[in-house]
Write a protein of this length. Structure first.
Lengths: 169, 286
């Protein structure tokens, strides 16, 4: 088989245009992790099941292990590295995950939070059932999900400007 | 897991895309959402030398054309779930799309890729049989229409010729007041069906006067269960009629034993799916 030429791909990641000379078969997750040292999105399964590699792409949550970087040419991507506020303070979702013990080992967390971010953009006041349906593409092997759901619910309240509920409700 | 090497093409029109596919020959494959193709490429079950990205051909969107509903091939499952037009005229598509994989896969996977793929596990082909949809296929020598009911030949073998692109899907919207249901049993989120059934029916004066039933993942291809539908016509869709329909559906099924269970189990589950889908469709019919 011939060795196809590399191409230059530019993707706007967390507000900055990032480029690299890559083979077309380079997956978006490798563009982020290997070429730009954005190691927040994790590689869990590589088979489109676990969601650890989830990033936001043009307003959709996608599994970056199952997308070629060339497909994302010109797109706007947000990774977990782009979630915190400009002054370094945590995004309400990040704060809520910490406060409500929404993580243990933390491996699933970047994907969980980027997915929850898009879920709350589309549905700012979800029920617990809607949260569970909305994060069904993200697997967590530690928490049992209870505290993840709690954290997302709490972040939704904070983002809507409502007073925070106590962590141990 | 990294797919094999290929050259990437991103044409800007259908004409350009079919010309490219024709000149590149058999080693070129269309790329839509990539959520069946990329996993297959990672496993070397597919090793295309060229990928022709269909993303910029303007094949997106859902519209009504007279009595028909038309779906552009690149319309995603997520867009189907969000569509106000489908909610009103053909909500069965939304019910089926919601049980496909997970949110991330539904943002990326397209209706055209789902029906063109040819995997008996795909959910949309059965639905297209149920709705008697037609596919528009365009190649270097022009366009043609193929009925979904004639499209599927065997697992991963369809009427789609190398070099052809499926551009849109068209079906007559089911009658106003129709009942519908898509019932699927899967072991977990992200799994294909153990068995699934699509039902559309209409009732008048307490009797069923129209029905269509199709089955997913219980044979090499999706199946139109014509005898099962016939068993409902003229009845009040009572237990006896539902029973007869389930038996007729099981009779044409031909599942294999796999990780989803032995043949007997999958046939039995199919009966349950057909029963549930008919019962639910009946409660929704006006
Ligand atoms: C974890 C996971 C779980 C899944 N679960 C389900 C499920 O339960 N049910 C289900 O139905 N699907 C499931 N899928 C498959 C998913 O729905 C795919 O997105 C879909 O089957 C293919 O659509 P695509 O747009 O991604 O196509 P692609 O992967 O891009 O293409 C698939 C095939 O069709 C061809 N093709 C695509 N579009 C066209 C076109 N317009 N014209 C001609 N040829 C074309 C390609 O060349 C390729 O051979 C799952 C996928 C994953 C990753
Ligand atoms: S690494 Fe992408 S879904 Fe698991
Ligand atoms: S916190 Fe360990 S996998 Fe979720």
């Amino acid at each position: 088989m011939s060795n196809p030429a590399k191409t230059r791909v530019t993707i706007n990641v967390n507000g900055k245009d990032l480029s690299a000379e890559i083979e077309p078969r380079t997956l978006l997750i490798h563009f982020l992790r290997e070429h730009h040292n954005l190691t927040g999105p994790h590689i869990g399964c590589e088979t489109t099941h676990c969601g650890a590699c989830t990033v936001d792409l043009d307003g959709r949550s996608v599994k970056s292990c199952t997308l070629f970087a060339v497909q994302a040419e010109g797109a706007k991507v947000v990774t977990i590295e782009g979630m915190a506020n400009a002054d370094g303070s945590l995004h309400p979702l990040q704060a809520a995950f910490a406060e409500h013990h929404g993580l243990q080992c933390g491996f699933c967390t970047p994907g969980m939070i980027t997915r929850a971010y898009r879920l709350l953009q589309e549905n700012p006041n979800p029920t617990d059932e809607e949260i569970r349906f909305g994060i069904a593409g993200n697997i967590c092997r530690c928490t049992g999900y209870q505290n993840i759901v709690k954290a997302i619910r709490s972040a939704a309240q904070v983002m809507a400007g409502q007073p925070r509920k106590e962590a141990a409700e | 897991m990294i797919p094999g090497r290929f050259t990437y093409h991103r044409p800007g029109s259908v004409g350009e895309a079919v010309k490219l596919l024709a000149s590149l020959g058999e080693e070129a494959r269309p790329l839509a959402g990539g959520h069946s193709l990329i996993p297959m490429m990672k496993l070397r079950l597919a090793q295309p030398e060229h990928l022709v990205d269909l993303g910029k051909l303007g094949l997106k969107g859902i519209r009504a054309e007279g009595a028909d509903i038309v779906l552009g091939a690149i319309t995603t499952q997520a867009e189907i779930i969000d569509s106000a037009l489908l909610r009103e005229r053909a909500p069965i598509l939304q019910e089926a799309a919601q049980v496909i994989a997970d949110p991330q896969v539904r943002y990326q996977g397209t209706i055209g890729g789902n029906v063109a793929n040819g995997d008996p596990g795909n959910d949309m082909p059965g639905l297209m049989l149920c709705l008697d949809a037609r596919y528009s296929l365009t190649g270097a020598n022009g366009s043609r229409q193929v009925a979904a009911r004639d499209f599927y030949e065997a697992a991963f073998f369809t009427k789609l010729q190398p070099g052809e692109i499926l551009t849109e899907i068209r079906f007559a919207a089911p009658a106003a007041g129709h009942g519908w249901a898509y019932e699927k049993l899967k072991r977990k989120i992200g799994d294909y069906a153990v068995a699934a059934a699509a039902v559309v029916l209409t009732m008048s004066g307490g009797k069923c006067n129209g029905a269509s039933i199709a089955l997913t993942n219980v044979a090499q291809t999706p199946l139109l269960a014509a005898d099962a539908a016939k068993a409902l016509i003229g009845t009040a869709v009572d237990d006896a009629a539902i029973d007869a329909a389930a038996k007729a559906a099981i009779a044409i099924s031909d599942p294999t034993t796999d990780t989803r269970g032995p043949v007997e189990y999958r046939r039995s589950v199919l009966g349950v799916m057909v029963r549930r889908a008919i019962a639910r469709a009946k409660t929704r019919a006006r």
